[in-house]
Design a protein around this ligand. Sequence first.
Ligand code: PLP
Length: 375
Amino acid sequence: MDFDTLISEALTAVGPPSGGVVPAIEPATTFLRDDAYELVGRHSYRRSGSPTVDGVEEALTTIEGGAGALLFGSGMAAFSALLDSLPVGAAVAAPRVMYHGGLDLLLRLHERGAIRLRLFEALDVSGLAAAVEGGVDLVWLETPVNPLWTSIDIEASASITHGAGGLIAVDSTVAPPVTTQPLSLGADFVFHSATKYLNGHSDVTAGLVVGSDRDRIDAISERRTELGSVLSPFDAWLLARGLRTLAVRYRRASESAAMVATALEPHPAVERVLYPGLGSMETHDVATTQMTGGFGGMLSLLIVAGADAAKAVATRTKVFKPATSLGGTESLIEHRASIEGPASIVPANLLRLSVGLEDPDDLVADLEQALQAIS
Ligand SMILES: Cc1ncc(COP(=O)(O)O)c(C=O)c1O
């Protein structure tokens, strides 16, 4: 079946018994037993799994080409459960620049001895090779990396990781399965903040881990049951509804972001545009090989006049809304260092843009008028 068809049928994979083309939501937290005191269905109590969530997980397992998928109440809850499934003191390697919330969690676990963290430069795989020397339990990759949008070679990283005896997980939040399928490139886990492109409407927080091995997914599922970090059936249903339009949303966002990036690259107020699809990016070749269905809607602008001017631009756009997050239908703009806080190592003059589904000419004009106001 064509991949777009698979995605657009994501919701019907839940299998409504009524014949409705959209499934009902099963809200129960507990499930009956019969006269022999056996469970009537597959479920006992919602914290260990429920029908609506199961259906969406099955659809995502197929879409990502995995052996099993788990949904969580947020991306961070999914990341926590995956880390919690590692042995105490496990060696973990991660990029020096990555989603700041995930990095903060890794640093805190390292400080209290739960993991031994090694950070690596993500510009080429030699940084990773050095970080895993002497063995590793888990390599955490994010590609393209937030908010510099450098691409990391998944296939080469998987081979280095496996050579060092470890497992590799890829945060593919900004490169959803319509463009990159990390499991097919050798990753052991693919991770998503499903809050972003998979849902796509800025109205659900959710996390996803899909694994190539059922036993490993079962081990993380046990952690999820203990932690209680399940997704509600209502949010799972909304997520599946959003998922059905992922292919068209992502394609449109990719086309528009490419137009915005190209239009702003020569702008005198812009020092540099960071976008995986631009030939000026050091890792453009990796992105071209790895992001086969578009370079996505995420880009960053470095503003010539510095941090205050960048912040001023973020308050002067009208179509781009000044808010954090990404992957929704609406375009967003944020001064990333302010969002990340004082420990941020992101350039102070960086504006992060999430391009949505508005007309691309309106988006370019909006940024041009905001940049005009600061010059
Ligand atoms: C790349 C990336 N990974 C992980 C997360 C965390 O996901 P959540 O906010 O759903 O917990 C985010 C959130 O911004 C993200 O952008």
